[in-house]
Design a binder for this molecule. Structure first.
Ligand SMILES: C[S@@+](CC[C@H](N)C(=O)[O-])C[C@H]1O[C@@H](n2cnc3c(N)ncnc32)[C@H](O)[C@@H]1O
Length: 217
C-alpha cells in the first residue's frame, strides 16, 4: 500500500493540475452501492447515453448484456464516459444475473407495467442493480422472474413507456441524490479509490507503462 501510494504520487507528477483536481473531486462521489445493467438494448446511442448518465451520477459499474444484440458503446455519445465507468460485458443474461447476485446486489427490474414500487418510495438502503430493458420488448421474463423488486417511474400521459436512457437518467438522478443525503456508507473503499486512481491515470497517460518501468528501475 505504501509503495502504491509512492508510485501514485510519482505518476501524478505527469498529470496536469486540472486533471488531478478532477480526480480528487470525482472519486469521493463514485459509488458501487448502486449499479446498472442493460439487457439487449439494440440502439447504440441508448446504451451510450446510459453509460454517460452512470458517469454523471457517479455510478462506477455498468453491465451490458448482449445476448441477442452484440453492439458496442457509441464513443461519441458516451462522450468519453467509457474511460471512467467500468464496463462488464456479458453474452448471457444468466451469467450477468449470477455475477450481480454474487456481488450482493438485489435485482431491481425497471418497468412501466408493474405497480410494485414507485420511484419516490424506493428503499435506497439495499445494494441494488437497476436493470433496464430493450426498446421494443422491455426486460426478458428471466429478469422479471429473478427480480427482487419492480421499479416504476410514474407516468400520466398517453405514451406507454419512457425511452430507456431517459428512464435510466431519471432513476439514477433520484436514487443517487437520496443516497448522498443518507448516512449509508456508499462511497468506494480506500483500496477501490487507489485502484481507480491507477486505472484512470493509466487511461490518461499514453506512456504509462514506460513511466512505471522507469520508476521501478
Ligand atoms: C421503451 S421501454 C420498453 C417498453 C416495452 N414496450 C415494454 O413493454 O416494457 C425501455 C425500458 O425503459 C425502462 N422504462 C421505460 N419506462 C419506464 C417507467 N415508466 N418506469 C420504469 N422503467 C421504465 C424499462 O427498463 C424498459 O424496459
Amino acid at each position: 500500500m505504501k509503495s502504491d501510494l509512492k508510485l501514485l504520487a510519482y505518476l501524478e507528477t505527469f498529470l496536469t493540475e486540472n486533471r488531478i483536481e478532477r480526480f480528487n473531486s470525482v472519486l469521493p462521489k463514485r459509488t458501487k452501492h448502486f449499479t446498472v445493467a442493460t439487457e439487449d438494448v439494440y440502439q447504440l446511442h441508448n446504451t451510450s447515453a446510459v453509460m454517460r448518465s452512470c458517469d454523471v451520477f457517479g455510478i462506477q459499474e455498468l453491465s451490458i448484456v448482449e445476448e441477442v444484440n452484440s453492439k458496442s458503446i457509441d464513443r461519441e455519445i458516451a462522450m468519453g464516459a467509457q474511460k471512467w465507468v467500468d464496463l462488464n460485458r456479458y453474452h448471457s443474461i444468466t451469467d450477468c444475473i449470477s455475477d450481480i447476485k454474487a456481488k450482493g446486489y438485489q435485482i431491481v427490474a425497471t418497468t412501466p407495467h408493474i405497480d410494485d414500487c414507485e420511484l419516490i418510495d424506493f428503499d435506497i438502503t439495499k445494494k441494488s442493480c437497476f436493470f433496464f430493458g430493450r426498446e421494443s420488448q422491455g426486460l426478458s421474463q428471466q429478469v422479471l422472474d429473478e427480480a427482487d423488486c419492480f421499479l416504476k417511474i410514474p407516468m400520466v400521459g398517453f405514451t406507454e413507456s419512457l425511452n430507456i436512457s431517459v428512464s435510466a437518467a431519471i432513476i439514477l438522478q433520484h436514487v443517487t441524490a437520496q443516497l448522498r443525503k443518507s448516512t449509508i456508507q456508499w462511497q468506494l473503499s480506500e483500496e477501490e479509490i487507489i485502484e481507480k486512481r491507477f486505472d484512470w491515470i493509466k487511461k490518461t497517460l499514453k506512456d504509462y507503462d514506460a513511466i512505471v518501468e522507469r520508476y521501478q528501475l
